[in-house]
Every structure is written in C-alpha cells, then in structure tokens.
Design a protein around this ligand. Sequence first.
Ligand SMILES: [Zn+2]
Length: 138
Amino acid sequence: MSRIIELRKIATEFGVQLSELGPDIDIEDRINHSYAYGCDEIALGIYEDEELLVISFFHELGHCVGSLPPYEECQYDHYKEARAWRVGLALAADRGITFSSRALEWAREQLTSYFKEDCPEHSPLKFLPEALREAGLR
Ligand SMILES: [Zn+2]
C-alpha cells in the first residue's frame, strides 16, 4: 500500500480528509509544511523525505484529534504544538509506526520554532522529550 493511501485510510478513521496544499500557497510555504484546517482536513505539503511527510501527517492529525486547551497567555501556541506532537506520535506508535532519531530531531526543531517569546516556566523544551518518551519513541 502506498504511503499516501495508508495515511488517507488513517485520516478517514478520524473523520479527517487528506488533501494537498495547492498552488494558492507559496511554494516555499509548501516545502516540508502541512496544515490542519479545523478538525476535519489535513493538507500535506511537498516533502522529499517520506519519513518527514509521515511524521508531519501525524502531528497534524494530533491537532485534529487532540482537544485544544483553553487560551493561556504565552503558553498557548507552545502547549498546542507540544500536545499535537504528543497525540500524533502516540497515534503513530499505536499503529506500530516509529520514527528515526533524525525525524524526531526534525520534529523537535519544528516545535522549537514556536518559541518566540520568553516563557521559561512553560517550556515545551522540557515537555517534548517527555512527550516522545510517553509516545514510546525515545
Ligand atoms: Zn502544529
């Protein structure tokens, strides 16, 4: 089964439709980027590396499946992103899908990119390794 068909099947289990980012999005914003629209659509970007496509898919699925916490000052984006990784990686692990340390490092970089303000008391830098352990992927 091709990867995309497999991912589409998993998305369907959660009532999520899988699509591709279209040409209305700048090409540089489509490379190694995917988006979740609401809770029922994931649009995949362009990936040369299939493993990054798969780990991104599960992250976006984590956004769709994991309920959002209430807004709390600077914690919001970080918490939401960390939670989407945790939920998504656990969903992958449930299906026996594991990721290389390189892909997990890439995931960590994606999460870290949300750290724009100084909010050390809610640091997902601490939370993510914990989340990866929880997902059985570290
Ligand atoms: Zn995200």
